[in-house]
Design a protein. Sequence first.
Length: 158
Amino acid sequence: FYLQDFEPIQSCRYVLTIPEGVQIKIVNFKTDIEPEIRKDENKMVYTWEASDISQIIYESDMPPFHNIAPRITISSFSSWEEIASWYYDISREQSKADADIKAKVAELIQGKDTEKEKIRAIYHYVISSQEEIKEALKNNPPCFIQKHGGTRIRIFFC
């Protein structure tokens, strides 16, 4: 959640509602704003509010936005290992090789004797396929637009 932008902000508020007992980690960057925390039945409600925020003045060669704008980050993960485990759990089924992939791999490594030759054949196939996909997507990227409040967020798949 960014607290400053390239336009002045009269008032901003970010509200996070989570089940009671869920542990979160909050890190402030370039701000000391603290949330108001209240219990609402079996939920915890965190509210950050700020007002009369000056705009960031754009300058050529300025550092990236995320390096200069005050922001608050929130996570329910306690470590990178936990993130990796979560991602593995949700993606492992999509990562399994189906019959078509197994057949393509068999075709690519046919006649290759060493592991290095097999890896090289697969690598070159993947790289050439990525170039073809990149060219195909230049004018028509697969995406969808998710509406979040009044904001439209474009999400790309590649």
